[in-house]
Ligand binder design. Structure first.
Ligand code: UDP
Length: 239
């Protein structure tokens, strides 16, 4: 239970609470796991705490490298105080290696390295199952200026470089990941949501073993152990 009671929104993996500070929210990481637009549901003990610990360390690491995010501080067993932002309704995926639904859709074997990182946008809309949207669609239909998209794209690419380096240092290949951005009261674009094994593909460098949500999606077993492994490895390099 969190010390906050004013629940604003409950998502698939997190609850958002109001706090006494008008410009801050409290995010509580839940123990639930979902996949395939919540058609598949699961849970494991302490998942919320493990993901909060991972996300907090990753945000602190990125913050130290000039990547501004909504993260303020870790609080409680499985919570995080964040800056209030208005989420930009596009999920931004960066791929270093083709995997998952895109590899399947294009009929390309999973695991093919790309010659350069690929940034893709998906509309954040559960009812429509987060469809892919082109940059032209975003500009013309959603009226978001090219300059803003370019800013977000460059932000995502920078995050990719820092995350690749971080994970490489702990024996993990960053295959792909999804991030979300938000705008604060001053109109600054901040990295938001979370970076955890729920939204990244992480493969062990030596064994190619998956250490992320694909273990749950594909019933590979050892889901909890893999998330905990990622946390333990991160703790060795980030305090
Ligand atoms: N991803 C996510 N939320 C989504 C869709 C994708 O966090 O709603 C993450 C996913 O875990 C992976 C990356 O984004 O690390 C790319 O996912 P992909 O587009 O390959 O889709 P998937 O195979 O997960 O359906």
């Amino acid at each position: 239970m969190s010390q906050y009671s004013d629940l604003l929104y409950e998502g698939k993996a997190k609850k958002v609470f109001k706090t006494p500070a008008p410009d801050q929210y409290y995010l509580e990481f839940k123990d639930s796991l979902t996949a395939f637009n919540a058609l598949k549901k699961g849970t494991f003990e302490n998942k919320g705490q493990v993901n909060r610990d991972i996300a907090a360390r990753v945000f602190e690491y990125l913050g130290g490298r000039g990547i501004a995010s909504h993260y303020v501080r870790a609080e409680g067993r499985n919570g995080m105080v964040v800056k209030k932002v208005e989420i930009i309704p596009f999920e931004v995926v960066v791929r270093n290696v083709l995997a998952g639904s895109t590899a399947k859709k294009l009929g390309i074997e999973e695991g093919v390295a790309l010659s350069e990182p690929l940034v893709e946008f998906y509309l954040k809309n559960d009812e429509l199952a987060d469809p892919f949207v082109s940059e032209e669609q975003i500009r013309i239909i959603y009226k978001i200026a090219n300059a803003q998209m370019l800013e977000i794209k460059n932000y995502a690419l920078k995050i990719n470089e820092y995350l690749k380096e971080l994970f490489l240092g702990i024996g993990i290949r960053l295959i792909d990941f999804k991030v979300e951005f938000g705008k604060d009261g001053q109109g600054n674009v901040l990295l938001a949501d979370e970076i955890t094994p729920d939204c990244c593909r992480l493969w062990d460098i030596k064994t190619n073993e998956k250490l992320d949500k694909d273990r749950f999606r594909r019933d590979l077993g050892s889901v909890k152990e893999s998330y905990e492994d990622v946390k333990q490895r991160l703790m060795q390099v980030l305090k």
